[in-house]
Design a protein around this ligand. Structure first.
Ligand SMILES: Cc1cc2nc3c(=O)[nH]c(=O)nc-3n(C[C@H](O)[C@H](O)[C@H](O)COP(=O)(O)O)c2cc1C
Length: 375
């Protein structure tokens, strides 16, 4: 006879298993999803940002992926309150963040970001810099005032990612995540909707992946072989929730294979709802397909722990809901390796500690007011 564990203790048991990502051992399966917060004036993460991350590490988040942080290219961003991953003061701020997270028992990677054609010209931190992307097209399909990138621009941006990754290793981070998702620069190349190039960087899925693969290769060459390189990607875009990079597993495989070959250690497959099957005829979600196609460890994400149903399922009340049981089943089947949690961790810094200790009756429902503070 098998004894059925309570939902809370089953979650605690499965989520507290360590996992290895290249040379890094993460103490459990819970990651903090990258979330832009805009609390870093001058691009410098200060004491409040440091304690925001350290608090979550101390409460059991195994891997923190920081908010998107701009690489050192003048067209990379458009806010002076988003942290930068270049410059002496900015990197000194980040070094203290990494140190504080380590002191709290966690691991941390910066998410390296270039926004490409999302940029409005005239915005900080470099007002005169042009918006640029593969074809000067915005992710909403409009032709902006932006510039189609020249080979020189591509080389500069590739160099900026590699430099940021080298800095990450130098100042004590545990790896890097490259932001290839949601309609920003790297994704603008991956997606046919924004990439109309007729040179080697445009055309079929493999050609559209060339820029991303060159960034990965440059990063891989710059950092130590055992330093984890995570690549985040998505089908959906900030301006187009229904957009798709790949309509079939074959197309997805064509995009992921060159990235894996270039040196991606871990894929972070960004979906808005983790339980939705990605392609017809299989239950696998995007992270599941990604692992099946590449053999690399993957991170899933999307509405974990957000609603009252999730909390009730933990507490064992009412009918089982999609939330936790399905997620744990998929983890047990090795469909993916880690679960990233976004908004629920904004709401409740103690989210991971409560889940890992089975104190799930204490979980708090999400309220968008959490976006306004850095508590
Ligand atoms: C306030 C906020 C900021 C975000 N910023 C980023 C970001 O900088 N980089 C990124 O890849 N995703 C970003 N996301 C998406 C999250 O990483 C995550 O994929 C999404 O919130 C879904 O997870 P959740 O349902 O657990 O919140 C952001 C989400 C929120 C709510």
């Amino acid at each position: 006879m098998t004894v059925t564990a309570s939902p809370a203790s089953r979650a605690a048991e499965i989520l507290s298993r360590p996992v290895t990502l290249n040379g890094l051992t993460v103490p459990n399966r819970i990651a903090m999803a990258p979330m832009t917060r805009m609390f870093s004036p001058g691009g410098v993460p200060g004491e409040d940002v440091r304690s925001y991350y350290a608090r979550r590490a101390a409460a059991g988040v195994g891997l923190i992926v920081t908010e998107g942080t701009y690489v050192g290219h003048e067209s990379a961003g458009q806010s002076d309150r988003v942290p930068r991953f270049h410059g002496e003061e900015q990197l000194a701020g980040w070094a203290k963040v990494a140190e504080a997270v380590h002191a709290a028992g966690g691991t941390i990677v910066p998410q390296l970001w270039h926004i490409g054609m999302v940029r409005e010209q005239g915005q900080a931190p470099y007002a005169d810099a042009p918006a640029m992307g593969p074809s000067g097209i915005r992710p909403d399909g409009t032709e902006g005032t932006g510039k189609a990138m020249t080979q020189g621009d591509l080389d500069d941006v590739i160099g900026a990612f590699a430099e940021a990754a080298a800095a990450a290793e130098r100042i004590g981070f545990d790896g890097v995540e490259l932001h290839g998702a949601h309609g920003y620069l790297i994704d603008q190349f991956l997606w046919a909707g924004t990439n109309r190039r007729t040179d080697a960087y445009g055309g079929d899925p493999v050609s559209r992946t060339k820029f991303a693969a060159e960034i990965v290769a440059a990063v891989r060459e710059t950092v130590s072989p055992d330093f984890p390189v995570i690549f985040r990607f998505s089908q959906w875009k900030q301006d187009a929730y229904d957009a798709r990079l790949a309509e079939t597993p074959e197309e997805l495989g064509a995009i992921l294979a060159p990235l894996a070959a270039a040196g991606v250690d871990v894929f972070h497959a960004s979906t808005r709802r983790h339980w939705i099957p990605e392609f017809e005829g299989s239950d696998l979600n995007l992270a599941g397909w990604t692992k099946k196609l590449t053999g690399r460890p993957t991170i899933t994400v999307g509405s974990v722990g957000l609603d009252g149903d999730f909390i009730r399922a933990f507490a064992g009340e009412g009918a089982p809901v999609q939330g936790i049981d399905d997620l744990l089943d998929r983890l047990e089947r090795d469909e993916f390796d880690m679960v990233a949690v976004g908004r629920a961790l904004l709401q409740d810094p103690e989210w991971a500690a409560k889940v890992l200790a089975g104190r799930t009756g204490e979980l708090k429902p999400y309220d968008a007011a959490a976006l306004r503070t850095l508590s």
